[in-house]
Ligand binder design. Structure first.
Ligand SMILES: CC(C)(COP(=O)(O)OP(=O)(O)OC[C@H]1O[C@@H](n2cnc3c(N)ncnc32)[C@H](O)[C@@H]1OP(=O)(O)O)[C@@H](O)C(=O)NCCC(=O)NCCS
Length: 166
C-alpha cells in the first residue's frame, strides 16, 4: 500500500479507504465510540465520497484510525440565511494506543481537503460536550461552537454543533 498514501504522519500513512477496509473501520468504531452505524451506512459513505473517507495505516499495514464524512446540502450553519454545500464529519476515531501522534489532526485536515474538492463551503460536526480531546482538536482546526443540541445523544448527553468555513 506504500505508494498510495496521500500523506505521512510519523510512522503512519494516510490513504483513501477501500471496501476491504470497512470491517477494520467498524472494529475501530466499536472500540472507540458509543455511536455505531450499519455496515451499509459505511459502504454508502465510501461510495458517495471516497475523497473524505480516509484511514491511517501503520508500518505493518494495520489500520489504526479513520474518518468518515458525508457531503450534504442544506441550511448554512455559519450564515444566518441561505443554503450551503456542507461537509459533515460523521465519525473520526484513532485506537487509544495510537492517539496523540497527530493522526486525528491529519485525518481531519485531509478530509477537509477532500470536502473542498467536492465544492463544500463549510464543514460541521457534532461532538459530546464532555469529549475534551475531540473538542480541543476541532478548536485547533479552526472550528467554532455554533450551537448546543440538548439531549442529542441516546444517553441524554448534549452535543456541541461545531462548524467552520472552508
Ligand atoms: C479525538 C481523537 C480522534 C483525536 O485523535 P489523535 O490522533 O489523538 O489526535 P492528535 O494527536 O492529532 O491531537 C490533536 C489535538 O487534539 C487535542 N487532544 C488530543 N488528545 C488529547 C487529550 N487526551 N487531551 C486533550 N486534548 C487532546 C490536542 O489539541 C491535540 O493537539 P496538540 O497535540 O497540538 O495539543 C481521538 O482522541 C479519538 O479517537 N477519540 C475517541 C473517538 C472520538 O471521541 N472521536 C471524536 C468524536 S466527535
Amino acid at each position: 500500500m506504500q505508494n498510495i498514501f496521500i500523506r505521512k504522519v510519523g510512522r503512519y500513512g494516510i490513504r483513501r479507504a477501500t471496501s476491504s477496509d470497512i470491517s477494520d473501520v467498524i472494529a475501530i468504531n466499536w472500540a472507540a465510540l458509543p455511536e455505531h452505524y450499519s455496515d451499509s451506512f459505511f459502504e454508502e459513505r465510501l461510495q458517495e465520497s471516497p475523497e473524505t473517507f480516509l484511514v491511517a495505516e501503520d508500518e505493518q499495514g494495520k489500520i489504526q484510525g479513520y474518518i468518515m464524512c458525508r457531503i450534504e446540502y442544506g441550511f448554512s450553519n455559519m450564515r444566518r440565511y441561505g443554503l450551503a454545500r456542507k461537509g459533515h464529519i460523521v465519525s473520526v476515531a484513532v485506537l487509544e494506543e495510537h492517539r496523540g501522534s497527530g493522526i486525528g489532526s491529519v485525518l481531519c485536515e485531509e478530509a477537509i481537503s477532500g470536502m473542498k474538492q467536492r465544492g463544500c463551503s463549510e464543514i460541521y460536526l457534532e461532538v459530546r460536550v464532555s469529549n475534551d480531546p475531540a473538542v480541543k482538536l476541532y478548536l485547533k482546526l479552526g472550528f467554532k461552537t455554533v450551537a448546543t443540541h440538548r439531549g442529542y445523544y441516546r444517553d441524554g448527553e448534549d452535543a456541541y454543533l461545531m462548524s467552520r468555513q472552508i
